[in-house]
Design a binder for this molecule. Structure first.
Ligand code: HEC
Ligand code: HEC
Ligand code: HEC
Ligand code: HEC
Ligand code: HEC
Ligand code: HEC
Ligand code: HEC
Length: 336
C-alpha cells in the first residue's frame, strides 16, 4: 500500500471510532445501567422497600421502629412515585448510598468511622459527562464565591430529576429547570444559606425587578428557561446545555435571539422537539409554534410567499397602468 492511502485508512478508522464513541447511547457509558430482567427488578424493589419503610411521608405517622429521630427523618423523605419517573428509576438506593447507610441505625455520616455512611458523587458513575460538566460548573458564577456545599445535587435532586430528552414537553422542561433556579432565587431562606455566608452577606435580589426590562416576566418564566439567557451555547454535542452560568454582564438581553426566524430556542429549549420536526404546513419553527406563539420566530412561509405575490401584483399593476398611459399618450401623439 502506498503512503497517502495508508494515512487515509488510518484517518477513516479513527473517524469511525470517534463517531462510534460520540453516538454511543448514554447508558453505554454509565456504570450499572438499570436492569431489565424480572428477578433483578424484584430484588431491587425489595431492597428499596426496606429504605422506603422509613423514608416516606407515611412512615412518619407510623414509625416502623421505636427510638427514631423523627425530626431528622422528616427532613430526609423521598417520594417513591417521583423516583419511579426519574432518571434513576429502577436503581437500588444502596447503589448510591453506600457503607453505613445499608443498616439502621446508619453509621454516622459525620463521623470518620470505617464503613461510614457515604453517598457517591455523580462523577463516580457519569465520568464522561461529568468531565465536561465539572469544568463548566467550575467557571460558573456560583463557583466563584459560594461554599463547596453548592454541588450538583443543589440543583439536581437525583431522586426526582428527569432530563429534557425524557420530559420532551417544553412546558414540563421549563417548569423543572426553572424550578431548580427559582427554588433558591425566589426563596430568601435558601438563598441566605449560600449568599448569607458571603462577606458582606448578599441579599437575594428580586427576580422580577432585575428583569423589569423584559415585558411580562411571568410569561417568560413559564415559556423560556433561565439557562437560555444565562449560559453560552453548549460546546459539546452530547450535552444539551452548558453548565457555565454567566455573570449578569454577559447574560442575553437581545430579544432577537429568540424572537427571530433562526431563534436560539431551536437549539436550546426546543432541541428535542426540533430534531424531529418538519416544516409542517409551511410554518417556520413549527416545533416552537406547537407550544407557544413567539413573536417573530413562528412565521408561515406560505403567508410570506402570498404576501410577496400580493406586493408583486400591486407593483405590476402600477407598472402596467403607467405603461398603458405612456402607450396611450404615444398613440395620441402619433394620431395628431
Ligand atoms: C451509582 C451510579 C450513579 C450515580 C452516583 C449517579 N448516577 Fe445518574 N445514572 C446512573 C444510571 C445507572 C443511570 C441510567 C442510565 C441509563 O438508563 O442509560 C443514570 C442516569 C442519569 C441521567 C440520564 C442519562 C444521561 O446520561 O443523560 C442523568 C442526567 C443523571 N443520571 C444525572 C446524575 C446526577 C446529576 C448525579 C449526581 C447527583 C448522578 N446521576 C449520580 C447511575 C448513577
Ligand atoms: C428503620 C428506619 C430506617 C431505615 C430502614 C433506613 N433509614 Fe435512612 N434514615 C433513618 C433516619 C431516622 C434518618 C435520620 C438521621 C439518622 O437518624 O440517622 C435517616 C437518614 C438517612 C439519610 C440522610 C442522612 C443525612 O444526614 O442527610 C440517608 C441518605 C438515608 N437515611 C438513606 C437510607 C437508605 C439508602 C436506606 C436503605 C438502604 C435507609 N436509609 C434505611 C431511618 C432509616
Ligand atoms: C443516583 C444516586 C442516588 C440514588 C439511586 C438514590 N439517592 Fe438518595 N441521595 C443521593 C444524593 C446525591 C443525595 C444528596 C446528598 C447530599 O446532598 O449530601 C441523596 C440524598 C438522600 C437523602 C437525604 C435527604 C435528601 O433528600 O437530601 C435520603 C433520605 C435519600 N437520599 C434516600 C434515598 C432512597 C430511599 C433512595 C431509593 C429509593 C435513594 N436515596 C436513591 C443520591 C441517590
Ligand atoms: C445551577 C444548577 C445546576 C448545577 C449546579 C448542576 N446542574 Fe446539571 N443541569 C442543570 C440544568 C438546568 C440542566 C438542563 C436540564 C436538561 O436539559 O436535562 C442540567 C442538565 C444536566 C445533565 C443532562 C444534560 C444532557 O444534555 O443530557 C447532566 C448529565 C448534568 N446536568 C449533570 C450535572 C453534574 C454532574 C453537575 C455537578 C458537577 C451538575 N449537573 C450541576 C442545572 C445544574
Ligand atoms: C430573556 C433573557 C433572560 C432570562 C430568560 C432570564 N434572565 Fe436573568 N438576567 C438577564 C440579563 C440580561 C441580566 C442582567 C440585568 C442587568 O444587569 O440589568 C440578568 C440578571 C440576572 C441576575 C443578576 C442579579 C443581580 O443583579 O445580582 C440573576 C440572579 C438572574 N438574572 C437570574 C435569573 C433566573 C433565576 C432566571 C430564570 C427564572 C433568569 N434570570 C431568566 C437575562 C435573562
Ligand atoms: C441554592 C441556591 C441557588 C441556586 C439553586 C441557583 N443559584 Fe444563582 N445564585 C445564588 C447565590 C447565593 C448567588 C450570589 C453569588 C455571588 O454573589 O457570588 C447567585 C448568583 C447568580 C447570578 C448572578 C451573577 C452575577 O453576575 O451577579 C445568576 C445570573 C444566577 N445566580 C443564575 C442562576 C441560574 C440560571 C440558576 C439555575 C440554573 C441558579 N442561579 C441556581 C444561589 C443559587
Ligand atoms: C430566551 C428567549 C427569549 C428572549 C431573549 C426574549 N423572549 Fe420574549 N418570549 C419568548 C417566548 C418563548 C415567548 C412566548 C410566550 C408564550 O408562550 O406565549 C415570548 C413572549 C413575548 C411577548 C408576548 C407577550 C404576550 O403577552 O403575549 C413579548 C411582547 C415579548 N416576548 C417581548 C420580548 C422582548 C421585548 C424581549 C427583549 C427585551 C424578549 N421578549 C426577549 C422568548 C424570549
Amino acid at each position: 500500500m502506498n503512503q497517502p492511502l495508508n494515512r487515509r485508512t488510518v484517518g477513516a478508522v479513527l473517524l469511525l471510532f470517534a463517531g462510534l464513541l460520540a453516538t454511543s447511547p448514554a447508558g453505554a457509558q454509565t456504570k450499572g445501567a438499570a436492569p431489565k430482567d424480572p428477578e433483578t427488578i424484584a430484588q431491587i424493589q425489595a431492597w428499596n422497600g426496606e429504605c422506603l419503610a422509613c423514608h416516606t411521608e407515611a412512615a412518619l405517622h407510623k414509625p416502623p421502629r421505636p427510638g427514631m429521630d423523627i425530626k431528622a427523618l422528616s427532613e430526609a423523605l423521598t417520594d417513591p412515585a417521583k423516583y419511579d419517573r426519574s432518571n434513576h428509576a429502577g436503581m437500588a438506593c444502596k447503589t448510591c448510598h453506600v457503607g453505613g447507610y445499608r443498616d439502621w441505625p446508619h453509621k454516622g455520616p459525620a463521623q470518620a468511622v470505617p464503613g461510614k455512611a457515604e453517598t457517591l458523587d455523580c462523577n463516580e458513575c457519569h465520568a464522561q459527562k461529568s468531565w465536561h460538566v465539572d469544568a463548566q460548573v467550575a467557571k460558573s458564577v456560583h463557583s466563584k464565591n459560594l461554599s463547596e456545599k453548592f454541588t450538583c445535587s443543589t440543583c439536581h435532586d437525583p431522586h426526582v430529576y428527569q432530563t429534557a430528552a425524557k420530559l420532551k414537553e417544553p412546558a414540563k422542561i421549563v417548569a423543572q429547570d426553572n424550578g431548580m433556579c427559582l427554588s433558591c432565587h425566589q426563596s430568601d431562606e435558601k438563598f441566605a444559606a449560600f449568599g448569607g455566608k458571603l462577606t458582606p452577606a448578599k441579599k437575594r435580589p428580586d427576580i422580577d425587578a432585575i428583569h423589569a426590562w423584559l415585558p411580562n416576566t411571568k410569561l417568560h418564566w413559564n415559556a423560556v428557561r433561565c439557562v437560555e439567557c444565562h449560559t453560552p451555547v453548549s460546546p459539546t454535542r452530547t450535552l444539551a446545555i452548558s453548565h457555565e452560568i454567566l455573570g449578569k454582564d454577559k447574560a442575553q438581553r437581545d430579544c432577537v435571539t429568540c424572537h427571530s426566524q433562526d431563534s436560539a430556542l431551536r437549539t436550546g429549549l426546543y432541541r428535542h422537539v426540533a430534531e424531529t420536526e418538519s416544516a409542517e404546513l409551511g410554518f417556520l419553527n413549527s416545533a416552537v409554534l406547537g407550544n407557544s406563539y413567539v413573536i417573530g420566530a413562528t412565521r408561515n412561509t406560505h403567508l410570506d410567499r402570498f404576501g410577496l405575490v400580493l406586493i408583486g401584483l400591486v407593483f405590476a399593476g402600477v407598472l402596467g397602468h403607467g405603461l398603458i398611459r405612456i402607450l396611450a399618450a404615444l398613440g395620441r401623439r402619433s394620431v395628431k
